[in-house]
Design a protein around this ligand. Structure first.
Ligand code: HEM
Length: 446
């Protein structure tokens, strides 16, 4: 289905899989986001005490990291490979298989970690491993066919390589939960695992996908695009050096490797933020919609987490509440909120294509923007921001009631957001006026 319409229409084209494949990933991701939000309320006292080593916290963390972030990225990759790299996914059936092993795998693994059940953990990791291997082969075969190997190609290759390292380190940590063979090295391996996962896997994939999506969403095709390449050139080696430094605590000529890695990663984040800024600055429509406001806010949180990182490193691994609040800021404020913003752009468009595309020109159809309520989207953004800032402050000041109250606000944001996605997928349109049959397609997509 070729789409001759500009802007968002670039999200679908010949070779994109049926919407069922990304759709099932996005639906499961929302369920995990909801579970994670409830989990935050549950683990609030642990968070306030800086007990990030508690199994409860680790279980809840993976609802966000594997269930929400990784699941959404998988769905986005299936949808965007043809659009961004000009190749279709090698096997749609393998994509479904990967989904049906990954989703139960994450649920079993996260509950096995949270409730200290070794059996659930093992079955969960087994399923997750099968799903990730299947995805790696499927995406790897598609990437091999790409002719124009640009920065998006490099970002996806880098991201999936770091996902493999994440899985290996995660499996090591899970085995350690059973037999404790890592001893004192546990925290160092854990710190390496979470940085490789959050920066090397999630942030790099976000950078690659945003390189295509942000200019499309912002109608900012005149902006310079060289900063994503620079960001990747700093972050990819930076994560390797940082990971080695955190794992080994090694020094070369008196200089800590971790600091070298951190400086490289920070430089990469600055380049990524610069690229995003250029896209926002060059936008054709001055007024930002709700999705882009979520994304812009998340970029501010990402900048704050990056600013906090050197302070966290200076304090070493003993300042548990500072460490917890730093991960919370980066994971919920930077990465998770950014993905919520992208959801607000991508999912309504795909739902519109599935539900109304064939009716365009024949009967009245709503615009994409009318599929959800901008007012509710802005309220959920407010709840997310209050929740994240409140949890951050509550953890730093060791106040469990503040953390729990803020986690409730965050959960409120998730409920509103999820209700919007359900409405987009199944409900009627919002708004007073629906365009007449003669409305040009480009307006309906606006
Ligand atoms: C790919 C499969 C994964 C496995 C098997 C895995 C496994 C684990 C395990 C067992 C722990 C607990 C370690 C301990 O307390 O000793 C852990 C912690 C952690 N993991 Fe993963 N992980 C995976 C993926 C990810 C991803 C994709 C991310 C981030 C995007 C991530 C982020 C974290 C974080 C932030 C923690 C610390 C949680 C806490 O503070 O308690 N993990 N992981």
């Amino acid at each position: 289905m070729a789409m001759p319409i500009g802007g968002m229409a670039g999200l679908t084209m010949q070779g994109t899989p049926s919407l069922r494949l990304p759709g099932e990933h996005f639906a499961a991701a929302i369920c995990f986001l909801f579970l994670g939000a409830l989990g935050l309320i549950w683990v609030a006292p642990d968070l306030a005490a800086g007990l990030y080593l508690s199994p409860h916290v680790a279980g809840v963390t993976h609802c966000f990291t594997l269930g929400w972030l990784s699941m959404t990225i998988f769905g986005a990759v299936y949808q965007l490979l043809p659009v961004a790299l000009g190749v279709s996914i090698s096997s749609e059936r393998a994509g479904h298989f990967s989904f049906w092993t990954f989703a139960p795998g994450v649920a079993l693994f996260a509950s096995g970690v949270a409730f200290s059940s070794a059996d659930l953990r093992y079955v969960g990791i087994g399923l997750i491993t099968i799903a990730i291997i299947c995805l790696l082969i499927n995406v790897g075969l598609s990437l091999r066919r790409v002719v124009k190997r640009d920065v998006i190609w490099a970002a996806v290759m880098t991201g999936i390589s770091f996902l493999t390292v994440t899985l290996l380190l995660g499996a090591l940590l899970a085995q350690n939960m059973q037999v404790g063979f890592l001893g004192d090295a546990r925290i160092r391996v854990l710190t390496t695992h979470l940085h490789v996962a959050m920066l090397g896997w999630v942030l790099v994939m976000i950078m690659g996908i945003s390189h295509r999506l942000l200019p499309m969403f912002l109608l900012a095709h005149t902006a310079g695009t060289q900063w994503t390449k620079r960001a990747l050139a700093f972050i990819a080696p930076g994560v390797v050096v940082l990971g080695c430094g955190l794992a080994t605590n090694h020094h070369i000529a008196g200089v800590s490797i971790s600091w070298v890695g951190l400086i490289l990663v920070e430089a990469g984040i600055v380049c990524f933020l610069r690229q995003a800024w250029l896209f926002f600055k060059a936008r054709k429509r001055p007024r930002l919609d709700a999705g882009l406001r979520h994304a812009a806010t998340a970029l501010i949180f990402l900048g704050c987490a990056a600013t906090l990182a050197p302070i966290v490193m200076l304090n070493g691994m003993g300042a548990r509440r500072l460490d917890t609040s730093y991960v919370l800021l980066g994971l919920l404020g930077g990465l998770s909120l950014y993905v919520v913003g992208q959801f607000y752009k991508v999912v309504p468009f795909l739902a519109w294509m599935a539900r109304f595309h064939d009716d365009m020109g024949k009967k009245r159809v709503p615009t994409v923007a009318q599929l959800y309520s901008a007012r509710i989207a802005h309220i959920d953004l407010l709840l997310f921001v209050l929740g994240i800032v409140g949890m951050f402050a509550g953890v730093l000041t060791a106040m469990p009631s503040v953390v729990r109250g803020a986690a409730c606000l965050f959960a409120g944001g998730v409920v509103l957001f999820a209700s919007q996605v359900i409405r987009v997928a199944f409900g009627t349109s919002f708004g007073v006026a629906t365009p007449a049959p003669s409305t040009p397609p480009a307006r309906a997509l606006g």
